[in-house]
Design a protein around this ligand. Structure first.
Ligand code: PMP
Length: 408
């Protein structure tokens, strides 16, 4: 694979031209939200300029055009993650709503006292809090696979925690705090050996590497559009077709029904039974455009580019003893580094970085229980994407050095 031409890529993103108080923007908050290429912005604007109309129900020309584009977008997203087709892809607002759909539509109906949901210590609140609540309502229990000192899942513990009482294994594919890439296919095998399902949170994997849900053999999979060059308010829930067919809907209303009378209602075919009410039509179509954009550049190329940046950032940040980087070694992690410097709160650190126009996130990154395990209340996190450069990593490191001297 040829290396990624980062200058060419940067030209696709209008926002990268702006400055922050006269300094060029160094955007390293991609794990929170990625920037949007012109093509995707154009797809949104083209929709509203030329064929804005509600889908499914219209016979008029505009509705037919929007319906075809919206339905095709489902096929495009299915293809992007290796699903069988639109029947297996329900559009959602984001990963969180996809997770809640699985939890409410499947969990609330299927779980009961004595049942267990096995999660990991590195789950995002989107999964952790949701299963916690569903467990409380159904009488089921949540168990957590611990992490090792270097931020991997303890797979021996996993093999013991997943038992015949387990109904669901819920695991983050790539940790948004540690950068750990979890062995989801292996966990799927263990789950299936015990007749349990596995839900994979793909929020931090889909944007950055090729995904094949069939090879992974997960039962459910979720991700967000806004982290993969798509619009906010877009995302998807993948489910194996036979499971989705059996599953109750989560939201009720227009579009998701087949036949209604005063006593009963029956459900529309997949995936529409999971898309109640008017959807983010423009967003879904633009998300398909984002998939085209990423595929045109090539996810393997993007992945390799990020790996190089990450390894470099990791090596430079860990040169100093007063910088603590969490998670696996630099050559075995996804494109992000969460860290602290001695004597400073992560918020103060990131505020200093902001003075250098370096945008990073500070906080618990929606992984408070994991931060408890790490013994830190918060951390600063730099996260990379296809348009970031080695020079930007240098800017980060220089700004961190300034902060280190200030707080020393
Ligand atoms: N899971 C992970 C691993 C994430 O990083 C995020 C976003 N921070 C989410 C879930 C939730 O994504 P969203 O806010 O788009 O629902």
């Amino acid at each position: 694979v040829d290396p990624l031409d980062v200058e060419r890529v940067r030209a696709d993103f209008p926002i990268l031209e702006r400055d922050i108080d006269g300094q060029p923007l160094v955007y390293l908050d991609n794990a929170a939200t990625s920037q949007t290429p012109e093509r995707v912005i154009d797809a949104i604007s083209e929709y509203y300029r030329s064929y804005n109309a509600n889908v499914h129900r219209g016979i008029h020309q505009l509705s037919q055009e929007s319906s075809i584009a919206y339905e095709d977008a489902h096929d495009r997203i299915a293809e992007f993650i290796g699903a069988d087709g639109r029947e297996e892809i329900a559009f959602t607002l984001n990963t969180t709503q996809a997770m809640n759909t699985v939890a409410y539509a499947w969990g609330l109906n299927e779980l009961g006292p004595g049942d267990e949901v096995v999660l990991t210590e590195m789950e995002h609140h989107a999964s952790l809090v949701t299963w916690q609540q569903i467990a409380k309502r159904t009488g089921a229990d949540c168990k957590y696979i611990p992490i090792t000192d270097d931020g991997y899942l303890d797979m021996e513990a996993a093999a013991e925690l997943i038992t015949d009482d387990t109904q669901m294994v819920s695991v983050v594919h790539v940790s948004n705090t540690l950068g750990t890439i979890n062995p989801v296919a292996e966990l799927a095998d263990i789950a299936h050996d015990h007749d349990a399902y596995i839900y994979v949170d793909g929020a931090q994997s889909v944007p950055h590497k090729p995904i094949d849900v069939k090879a992974m053999d997960c039962d459910f999979f979720a991700f967000s559009g806004h982290k993969m060059c798509g619009p906010t308010g877009t995302g998807a829930m993948y489910g194996k077709r036979h499971i989705l067919e059996e599953m109750q809907p989560y939201l009720y209303g227009g579009e998701m029904i087949l036949k209604v009378d005063f006593d009963e209602a029956s459900w529309n075919e997949l995936p529409w039974k999971f898309e109640a009410g008017t959807q983010n039509i423009a967003g879904g179509i633009a998300l398909a455009e984002a998939c085209d954009y990423l595929d045109d550049i090539g996810l393997e190329r993007i992945q390799r580019h990020e790996q190089q940046l990450t390894e470099y950032a990791y090596d430079r940040l860990t040169e100093h003893e007063d910088v603590e980087v969490y998670g696996p070694p630099g050559d075995d992690r996804a494109g992000l580094v969460a860290f602290n410097i001695a004597g400073a709160h992560a918020h103060d650190l990131s505020s200093i970085l902001n003075d250098f126009a370096v945008a990073v996130r500070a906080g618990d990154h929606c992984t408070q229980p994991l931060h408890d395990v790490l013994g830190a209340s918060a951390s600063a996190r730099a996260s990379f994407y296809l348009y970031n450069t080695r020079e930007e990593v240098d800017m980060l490191v220089e700004a961190v050095d300034e902060a280190r001297q200030l707080f020393a």
